[in-house]
Design a protein. Sequence first.
Length: 81
Amino acid sequence: MSHIAKIELEINDLESLKSACKALGFDFMENQKTYKWYGTWVGDTPLPENVNVEDLGKCTHAIHVPAAVFEIGVVQRGSKY
């Protein structure tokens, strides 16, 4: 079973996000345009609002969590993330 998580969070300051990642021991991957994910949407969970299957795996930046297989995609929408 796969899953997609959506959280209600707006990032207005990219430098603050980078600092938070560093404090948590995460790696902020600036300008990384794809994030590691399962690789195939199997259709067993609804996609978040405004996200298409073609958008999965694409991002503006990524966050790598050590010891995790997959990454977090950071997507820019207007001036926010």
